[in-house]
Design a protein around this ligand. Structure first.
Ligand SMILES: [Ca+2]
Ligand SMILES: [Ca+2]
Ligand SMILES: [Ca+2]
Length: 367
């Protein structure tokens, strides 16, 4: 197919081509060089390389020419616009969540609220700024809510007043010259209020990892003293602003977990069998059996269980454990990669037949 003097087909060199109004029905442009391609009014749905798509009649993707493009209210989420020409493009109310950019030329005539073009990047809520060179950038009062800054260069960037709620970071290079109040950069991570650098708490004993604790308030305790303040758990997520060392976790909602049902004589028997060597307990169950967390399962743990069962003194503390049964004793506000997933296990519930009240369990997608 020939259009406007250009050969249209897989691997075609369409550098700087003007394809405005082209009928590309059934066209295959896989692997074509679309750098500087100008379009608009494209008919049909051509096959394009993965980074490219046709949106509102425009070929959209890295390096394309979108000067004067009418893209108001269009879905540009997760589109890669690196190197594109956005001169006078109308992006009013376009969805720019996850948009990648950089080396942009020209300034759009309109952008959605809370977005701007800074240092050749589209900056705004949910923007994918991973690896972005934002050195020296003026991000004064920028809205970086849920943006991805992983691997970005923030050397001497000015972030006073910026909204960093939910921002993702890690492997940052360079130090900003100014950060918003209460934020800092530690080990390449932005640390501060509203940044999810804690853990996801799965409902203990659940076979489905998609069940998480919800709507609860937890406390961290170390050596019988509460450390830090109460922390709300929403859809499994606990956020920590500072590194928190602890040896136990407590829950403020007393109806959330029925400890009297969870710990009974069968838990005592399992523990006794472990102590006398008949049936060793391992993994998460062993953490539950070691009630005083002194790393030994022994008669003192049994006595604590018995006191709980006969009503002398009740057990009300949980261990935070990982899936291999290791007890977690620190939550740091800096973590790499995905948020870690941990279980809360009630001390004393060795056979793990206790359960959270279903009012405090919800289901989420865990990627
Ligand atoms: Ca324990
Ligand atoms: Ca013990
Ligand atoms: Ca039990």
């Amino acid at each position: 197919m020939i259009y406007n003097g250009y050969n249209i087909g897989p691997g075609a060199d369409l550098t700087g081509a003007d394809l405005t109004g082209a009928n590309l029905t059934n066209a295959d442009l896989t692997g074509a060089n679309l750098t500087g391609v100008q379009s608009g009014g494209i008919l049909g749905a051509p096959t394009l390389s993965t980074d490219y798509s046709v949106i509102n009649g425009y070929i959209v993707g890295p390096g394309v020419n979108l000067a004067n493009a009418q893209l108001a209210e269009q879905d540009l989420s997760n589109i890669d616009l690196t190197g594109a020409d956005l001169s006078f493009a109308d992006l009013t109310d376009a969805d720019l969540t996850g948009v990648r950019s950089g080396s942009l030329s020209g300034m759009p005539s309109a952008l959605p609220e809370n977005y701007s073009v800074i240092n050749g990047y589209i900056v705004g809520p949910g923007a994918d700024l991973s690896g972005a060179d934002l050195s020296g950038a003026n991000l004064y009062f920028a809205n970086l809510t849920d943006a991805n800054l992983t691997g970005a260069d923030l050397s001497l960037a000015y972030l006073a007043g910026a909204d960093l709620t939910g921002v993702r970071s890690g492997s940052l290079s360079g130090m900003p010259i100014v950060l918003p109040e209460n934020y800092s950069v530690i080990n390449g991570y932005i640390v501060g209020p509203g940044i999810d650098n804690g853990a996801k708490l799965l409902s203990s004993y659940s076979t489905s990892p998609a069940n998480v604790i919800d709507n609860l308030t937890i406390e961290f305790w170390k050596e019988n003293t509460q450390v830090g303040g109460d922390l709300a758990i929403t859809k499994g997520e606990v956020l920590v602003d500072n590194t928190t060392d602890f040896d136990q976790v407590r829950i403020t909602q007393t109806d959330a977990f029925d400890a009297s049902a969870a710990i009974d004589i069968s838990d005592v028997l399992l523990t006794v069998k472990h102590i006398i060597g008949i049936a060793p307990i391992t993994g998460i169950a062993k953490q539950a059996a070691d009630i005083n967390n002194d790393s030994d399962v022994d008669i003192s743990d049994v006595l604590t269980m018995v006191k709980h069962i006969i009503g002398v003194s009740s057990i009300d503390h949980f261990d935070m454990v990982d899936s291999s049964g290791d007890r977690i004793t620190q939550l740091a506000s800096i973590s790499s990669g995905d948020v870690p997933e941990y279980y809360l296990v009630m001390n004393g519930d060795v056979n793990m037949d206790g359960a959270f009240n279903e009012d405090y369990i919800t289901t989420v997608d865990i990627a």
